[in-house]
Design a binder for this molecule. Structure first.
Ligand code: SAM
Length: 247
């Protein structure tokens, strides 16, 4: 997957050299480039913002540098190797909520382009114009407001990269974790079997795989019902058996 990120703070993305994302980059599963929006300014102060039309507090990101950045990273002329326009993602508290389902959708794309807003956000015409030639999605991390889109991009990229084939050593983890099947994961334990007077549940030490699977499913259902009743309500009834309903 190719990923381009445009930001006025390229330094924010230094952690993308670390851990499994760094490894995915090193072995070519993720081709990632970070671009400084100010590259596409032409004045001596490298200005990217101005006061909002209609008044009000704060500053708004001017459309010209963004327009040039998008023209440069998503040119209209398609190359003979079948290059297609990227999917443009714009973090925004007014966007669609970012979920595991959206992460799966994005993991199937070949090229993502992220536009990181700052100040009060980006002039709306940038998104309108981009939408005339590529798919544009405003994505929200949640119902709160951050200083800028950089942290949102880090979160989205982590969630998407771990879904790319070959990134996780054990792809089975993807199938068993929270949100994989509309449930939260059951509690996890490791050695020692007893710690500070607290025992690991006996069933997990039994070696009985069927019992362990049933215990995990029951715990996942209980935990989800307690913490996220909205997720239980959203489960398709046909995915629940008699025992599930009892849990
Ligand atoms: N004026 C905007 C509003 O009220 O919707 C908030 C702008 S915020 C201070 C600056 C930038 O942070 C946004 O353009 C966006 O890129 C990013 N941002 C803030 N909160 C976010 C969230 N919940 N999810 C994704 N991005 C967010």
């Amino acid at each position: 997957m190719r990923v381009d990120i445009v930001s006025i703070f390229p330094e924010y993305f230094a952690p993308l050299d670390l851990s499994l994302i760094g490894k995915a980059r090193a072995n070519g599963l993720l081709r990632l480039a970070v671009h400084d929006l100010r590259t596409w300014t032409h004045d001596v102060h490298r200005t990217v913002d101005d006061t909002p039309y209609g008044g009000g507090p704060g500053m708004v990101m001017r459309p010209e540098p963004w327009g040039e950045a998008l023209d440069s990273l998503a040119p209209d002329e398609l190359s003979p190797d079948g290059h297609t326009l990227p999917r443009l993602l714009v973090p925004s508290p007014a966007g669609v909520p970012f979920t595991q389902a959206v992460a799966h959708e994005l993991a199937a794309e070949s090229h993502l382009l992220f536009a990181c807003g700052r100040y009060e956000g980006i002039d709306q015409r940038v998104l309108e114009h981009a939408a005339t030639r590529m798919r544009v999605t405003e994505v929200s991390l949640g119902d709160y407001v951050l200083f800028g889109g950089e942290v949102a991009v880090l979160v989205i990229l982590e969630a998407v990269t771990r879904l790319l084939p070959g990134v996780l050593g054990n792809a089975g983890s993807l199938d068993e974790e929270s949100h994989a099947h509309g449930l939260l994961e059951a509690p996890l334990y490791t050695k020692p079997a007893t710690w500070r007077g607290l025992d690991v549940p006996e069933v997990l030490r039994s070696g009985d795989h069927a019992r362990i699977a049933r215990w995990r499913r029951d715990e996942a259902l209980r935990r989800t019902a307690t913490r996220r009743p909205d997720m239980i309500d959203a489960l398709p009834p046909e995915t629940l058996d008699e025992r599930d309903r009892a849990a």
